[in-house]
Design a binder for this molecule. Structure first.
Ligand code: ATP
Ligand code: MG
Length: 404
């Protein structure tokens, strides 16, 4: 497929009136299908808030009809997980002249948007769901192909096997639809079909990417952030809000819950061996987040942890941290190299925010030589020497929610 046809920025905005939305057939096995379709339609509707357009379900596809701002609508739809591709569509009445005219306009539009002057290879692919229509799909292919060939002589050529462009025509009982562009969607599963999770969002590079991957696999993500205003300043909070706002583009509703963490950190600094600080901070976060998880009725906690990336992310430390709570812990990046995480962060637009130079609450008190081995039992013993229960209560009570 040529890049022109899949680039959402090149098309003639006034030509198209509707959008055809395709979603993953493979993900649609068995009983999950109705849930998947219902959630997808709801997410599409939500993402088109403020834009004219009516989503309608038809036989394994979704049409968004009568869209005024097709360009903006497609831009938003390319961030709806579960979508495989979208096409801007021209809708016409069920008369051959109207169909021919639309076919010529759609192909002219695609040819004129290209930079190359070579003839564009294409084929027509008609589908007739209205069996009373006088021409069958073979005849439609032939007739439409010949009118396009005449109108664009020398600028297009038919290639049935490896065409750059497929001119789609769908003849239904209410109207005919034509399209030639296919803009890729993000794939994955519709947000909400798998359930809810709480994602621990720091201001770093990893946790936004981990959150994105959880959303891509159908999780509705609620963000939790631990903040030490006293030590790192308000700017680091703004950074996390910007990250949450950026990630909010990928799901219908987004909530960020911010917990004030300074008092807990001070107590750990006072009463625990320096080497265990990071693991202790993370255990306290785990406890508090687990409580939020229960309140939100969420199924798991997501982190940006990656094996061996920093001294605190060893097998034993990951275990010791997770054991502070009861939740299932999902770590989408566990096997990723840093380069892979950075590449994905750049692609989804969080990298630039993450590299802004504001400190995270954990880096402020980072031990010079963090413990790389730990056991839950040892940490429990250390925690016995800390006055943490009341501080955890207070931290939970003082949380603040922000909705995006
Ligand atoms: P990141 O780039 O996501 O900050 P990291 O490689 O810097 O990750 P750590 O700082 O050890 O690793 O944090 C590991 C994970 O713990 C993070 O990915 C995040 O999920 C969680 N985490 C760390 N600090 C915070 C925080 N202040 N608020 C919420 N979650 C946090
Ligand atoms: Mg970090």
């Amino acid at each position: 497929m040529s890049s022109t046809v899949s680039d959402p920025d090149t098309f003639n905005r006034s030509l198209y009136d509707s959008i055809l939305v395709r979603y993953g057939e493979l993900a649609l096995k068995g009983r999950n299908r109705p849930l998947f379709e219902k959630q997808l339609a709801a997410n599409v509707k939500r993402t088109l808030r403020g834009i004219d357009g009516r989503p309608e379900r038809h036989w394994g596809r979704l049409f968004v009809k009568d869209v005024t701002n097709v360009h903006e609508a497609i831009e938003r739809l390319t961030r709806v997980f579960g979508l495989v591709s979208v096409s801007p569509v021209v809708t016409v009445s069920l008369e051959m002249e109207a169909i021919f005219d639309a076919a010529r306009r759609v192909m002219t539009e695609v040819v004129e948007a290209r930079e190359s002057s070579e003839p564009l290879s294409y084929k027509v692919e008609a589908r007739r769901s209205d069996k009373t229509f006088p021409l069958d799909s073979m005849e439609l292919n032939r007739e439409v192909g010949s009118t396009v060939g005449e109108a664009l002589e020398g600028r297009v050529r038919v290639d049935l096997y490896h065409p750059e462009v497929v001119l789609g025509l769908e003849v239904r009982t209410e109207a005919a639809y034509l399209f030639a562009r296919r803009i890729p969607g993000p794939g994955g599963l519709p947000v909400g079909t798998v359930g809810k999770v709480i994602s621990l969002l720091s201001g770093g590079i990893d946790s936004p990417v981990a959150s994105y991957l959880a959303m891509k696999r159908g999780c509705h993500v609620v963000f939790a952030h631990f903040h030490s205003a006293a030590f790192v300043g308000q700017k680091s909070l703004l950074k996390v809000m910007d990250l949450a706002r950026e990630l909010a583009r990928w799901q219908p509703y987004t909530r960020l819950v911010v917990f004030p963490f300074a008092e807990i950190q001070k107590e750990i600094r006072r009463g625990a061996p320096e080497a265990y600080r990071t693991v202790l901070f993370r255990r306290m976060m785990q406890r508090i987040t687990d409580r939020l998880r229960r309140e939100e009725d969420a199924g798991a906690i997501v982190t940006g942890e990656s094996l061996g990336q920093v001294a605190s992310q060893t097998l034993t430390n990951l275990h010791t941290i997770a054991r502070a709570g009861e939740a299932e812990v999902l770590r989408p990046l566990i096997t990723y190299d840093k380069e892979e995480v950075i590449a994905l962060a750049e692609r989804i637009g969080t990298y630039e925010i993450s590299v802004r130079p504001h400190e995270d609450c954990c880096t402020v008190f980072q031990p010079k030589a963090p413990a790389t081995k730990s056991r839950p039992r040892d940490l429990e013993t250390i925690e016995c020497g800390l006055e943490w229960e009341e501080l955890v209560e207070q931290c939970y009570a003082d949380r603040e929610a922000h909705d995006f």
